[in-house]
Design a protein around this ligand. Structure first.
Ligand code: FAD
Length: 411
């Protein structure tokens, strides 16, 4: 039978896959993207970080994203009871973009995928990768929407299959995340928050539950008068609430006075309420003979600092650089050139995520008298600059500097 050949196969047209494809097209490589769903389709992960703009720009997709009309974002606001604080990402330690967007992922992912296609990638919707025999080339079995199957011989595979985690499952690369299992209940609301209500639509709002320091809400405004609204907690917390997921979400939102006030006129669930649990995941290796894992197909930590899409883009950038070097005839050590640098930034985020749930980071951000320079360093991390080793809080591999700051702010 006829076997199709491709230089590089990208599995999944989420942010990781499309940006990788666009970057590879800029190198003139032949790229096939297989996406099992039809776009536009819902996905979670709607608040971007300014660091991500660098990768969108490098992929040649900046104009597409800017012209799509998403909600401008310049920072993050935090509320816990009476305490409030906000970070403007333009005021940060690291150089680079200080603003970005909050995006409906159905539209954003479609914009990126169409951009990659415009740049010459072949994009097939509805085609699902079923199995992979790794190697160079790899043999890949694919099923079309009509149920028929075909085989592809791929010179290299970028697994960008997201939470489906295709290669980690098929090749038994899964390794447990050392994060406790948490879940989220979320939906889109038409918020009707009046101007002057103390809600900055240019910022994500993160609210800590008034009584539980490890339970938090996101409110992410979009440019169409809606917000993404969600709550994150351990499963045992959600079990205390009866009713439908919508009723649970409304009950938990009702426990925070500020959110209750902001959302008093909201139309709920303009998109259906969804839940996701146990999303933290890790792998024993981010690459192997003839393949690499991008974005959520590799390691996923936690949503609290909106780092997922930024990490997905970073993985795409590192992989496309490795592929360019190989194409130029170099032997590339993927561990040193892909895995180590990718995991370095993930590790930075990890320290802050752990400090968030333990409560120490919250003491830092709500401190009434912060040192401006330290605050600019924290602002950089929140803006996604987790790879800028000039920032002492990035270079802080043991986490000592962060712990000292926590202690100073606890006094
Ligand atoms: P995805 O976007 O999941 O794309 C994977 C694609 O692969 C899908 O389209 C899927 O259909 C396709 N696919 C899967 N299997 C196959 C197959 N076998 N064959 C063909 N195609 C396949 N991140 C942020 O940056 N900001 C946030 O505010 C944020 N909030 C979050 C909130 C929650 C509750 C959670 C759980 C995550 C959040 N994230 C956030 C993380 C974000 O969702 C992910 O990091 C991001 O979507 C990863 O992108 P990706 O390209 O790796 O995968």
């Amino acid at each position: 039978p006829h076997v199709e050949r491709t230089e590089i196969l990208v599995i999944g047209a989420g942010p990781a896959g499309s940006v990788a494809a666009a970057m590879l097209r800029q190198q003139g490589r032949q790229v096939l993207i297989l996406e099992r769903q039809q776009f536009p389709r819902f996905s979670i992960g709607e608040s971007l970080l300014p660091q991500s703009m660098e990768y969108i720009e490098a992929a040649g997709l900046l104009q597409d994203v800017v012209q799509a009309g998403f909600q401008y974002k310049n920072g993050a606001a935090f509320v816990r009871g009476e305490a409030t604080t906000e970070f403007d990402f333009r005021d940060k330690f690291s150089p680079g973009w200080g603003t970005t967007y909050q995006v409906q992922r159905a539209d954003f992912d479609d914009v990126l995928a169409r951009g990659a296609e415009r740049m010459g990638a072949t994009l097939r919707f509805g085609d699902e990768v079923l199995s992979v025999q790794p190697g160079r080339p790899a043999q890949v079995q694919v099923r079309r929407p009509d149920g028929s199957e075909y085989t592809i011989e791929a010179g290299f595979i970028l697994d960008a299959s997201g939470f489906a985690r295709l290669l980690p499952r098929l090749l038994k690369l899964e390794s447990p995340s050392n994060f406790p299992v948490r879940g989220a209940i979320f939906c889109h609301v038409r918020d009707h928050i009046p101007a002057g209500a103390g809600f900055d639509r240019n910022k994500i709002l993160i609210t800590t539950h008034p009584e539980h320091v490890d339970v938090w809400y996101w409110t992410i405004p979009f440019s169409n008068g809606c917000c993404s609204l969600g709550v994150v907690a351990e499963p045992s917390f959600f079990e205390r609430y009866a009713g439908t997921d919508l009723e649970k979400l409304q009950a938990i939102v009702g426990e925070d006075p500020n959110l209750t006030r902001l959302l008093r006129n909201a139309e709920w669930a303009v998109l259906p309420v969804r839940t996701i649990t146990g999303y933290s995941a890790n792998v024993s290796s981010l690459w192997g003979e003839g393949y690499a894992l991008l974005g959520n197909a590799g390691e996923f930590l936690d949503p609290v600092f909106s780092s997922g899409v930024t990490i997905a883009f970073k993985s795409a950038q590192l992989a496309s650089e490795c592929l360019a070097r190989e194409h130029a005839g170099e032997t590339v050590d993927w561990e040193q050139a892909f895995s180590v640098p990718l995991r370095a930034g993930v590790k930075t985020f990890r320290r802050f995520v752990e400090a968030w749930y333990a409560g120490g980071f919250q003491k830092i951000i709500y401190h009434p008298d912060p040192q401006p320079e330290v605050r600019r360093m924290i602002s950089s991390i929140l803006a996604g600059y987790a790879w800028d080793t000039q920032n002492p809080y990035v270079a802080d591999a043991t986490g000592r500097r962060l712990r000292v700051l926590e202690e100073l702010c606890s006094a």
